[in-house]
Design a protein around this ligand. Structure first.
Ligand SMILES: [Mg+2]
Ligand SMILES: [Zn+2]
Length: 421
């Protein structure tokens, strides 16, 4: 469903002529004065995907003081100068009891039907109470350009600003904020399963308490960082604490016979164990034959450190008909080379359909955003480091507040260092 920006005309796109604290419309084209910055603001909104619809009351037509032809000339000039999708006019007065005169939401609702709009994600920008009420009555977010006219509001807008440019800034941020808020709520509803990647026992236990963490992975590098020296002792302690979600442990031999031996040993540690097999030896020899043998022997695998589609294709073929297998592609490391990992990951998802027992892992994510990117392309799993998981409470955070906290951080660090100038 699309979103729209409904725009009042006078005082929003063009200057209203103010007399005694009240705004009046231009009556002839010579009086039409488009406000500075209007075109630029509208382009930004249009680029963000909004339909741009002018909704204007022109009761002077019904009152006989405005000619239809003058009105039409003004509107075609507006459409010539500004990127507008529609200009809709109510030419009635209160006595006509029409359904289109703001604050009635008729024109907004009619447009919503025609364009299949999501009104709750649409906005109404106006400079008078009739605009704000029409927006609210239609279920849109009302934004007031506040000229402090000498007339009362009937109900407050969602936001007061001084110009269409400011309204645009606020709307674009508000839109992103609401998207972030729905992202938080959807974290448990993601199709992509989040696995925590780390080796620190205490933080693994903290994460085990979170329902949105669906599995765990480790690797020798993380274990070394966590100061672990007894590999099987640590693994078995972890598996005792986590008996019901998949946990991956890696073999560390570098020749296929020894890797196979280690895989069989690790496999005895628990039902929920996945054995991590690097895609090649350190000499670069592919492990496909080993993967095929282990998978058909019923050993669950997590084939790791992949970066090319050829590796994915060969691996998926090697596990067809075998035990369940994770195919782990290091999307973050691909991104580190300046390449966009998304097309490659999307193609990899497609390749896993050859083996219904296989699932793709988006490994080494670099930012929280990657979780939603993985979900969008249907990637089955994403392995996220503990450090990155610590950022999840920031999902959908207010950017103004975040900006202020950042300024405070700079200030406090300068103070703490005792810098002098
Ligand atoms: Mg107005
Ligand atoms: Zn009307």
């Amino acid at each position: 469903m699309r979103r729209a920006i409904f725009l009042d005309r006078d005082g929003v796109l063009n200057r209203a002529l103010v007399r005694d604290g009240k705004p009046y419309p231009p009556r002839v084209i010579e009086d039409l004065d488009i406000l500075p910055g209007t075109e630029q603001a509208l382009r930004r909104l249009r680029d963000a995907g909004f339909l741009l619809v002018v909704v204007t009351n022109q009761p002077d037509v019904a009152r006989g003081s405005l000619k239809q032809s003058d009105l039409a000339a003004i509107h075609s000039e507006l459409q010539r100068q500004l990127p507008l999708d529609e200009v809709l006019t109510c030419c009635h007065d209160d006595a006509d009891q029409c359904t289109c005169r703001k604050p009635k939401p008729g024109l907004l609702q009619q447009t919503a039907k025609e364009y299949d709009l999501d009104l709750s994600k649409s906005y109404m920008i106006g400079d008078r109470w009739r605009d704000i009420d029409a927006g609210r009555n239609a279920g849109c977010v009302p934004v007031l350009i506040d000229y402090q006219y000498n007339e009362p509001m009937s109900a407050p807008p969602a936001m007061r600003v001084k110009s269409l440019m400011q309204a645009t800034d606020w709307i674009l941020e508000h839109m992103h904020r609401s998207q972030g808020e729905s992202a938080i709520m959807d974290l448990t509803k993601l199709k992509t399963k989040i696995f925590a990647d780390g080796a620190d026992f205490e933080s693994i236990m903290d994460l085990y308490a979170k329902p949105y963490i669906k599995g765990f992975t480790t690797n020798p590098t993380l274990m070394r960082k966590a100061g672990i020296t007894d590999y099987s002792g640590f693994a078995q302690k972890l598996l005792k604490a986590i008996p019901d979600r998949p946990v991956s442990f890696e073999v560390f031999a570098d020749d296929f016979a020894d890797m196979e031996r280690q895989a069989h040993i690790i496999n005895t540690w628990g039902e929920n164990v996945y054995i991590k097999i690097p895609i090649t030896t350190t000499a670069g020899e592919p492990a496909y034959d080993l993967i095929h043998r282990l998978s058909l022997a019923g050993i669950k695998l997590n084939i790791t450190a992949m970066m090319t589609l050829e590796q994915v294709r060969e691996t998926v073929q090697a596990v067809i008909g075998g035990a369940s297998a994770y195919v782990s592609v290091f999307a973050g490391r691909i991104a580190d080379t300046g390449r966009d990992p998304i097309p490659l990951m999307a193609a990899a998802v497609e390749l896993t359909t050859m083996a219904p027992n296989s699932e793709l892992i988006w490994a080494s994510p670099r930012e929280v955003l990657n979780i939603f990117q993985a979900d969008q392309i249907g990637c089955h799993i994403i392995t996220v480091t503990h450090d990155l998981l610590k950022k999840l409470p920031g999902l959908g955070k207010d950017l103004g507040q975040f900006s202020r906290e950042t300024v405070q951080m700079f200030y406090h660090d300068a103070q703490a260092s005792g810098f002098q100038l």
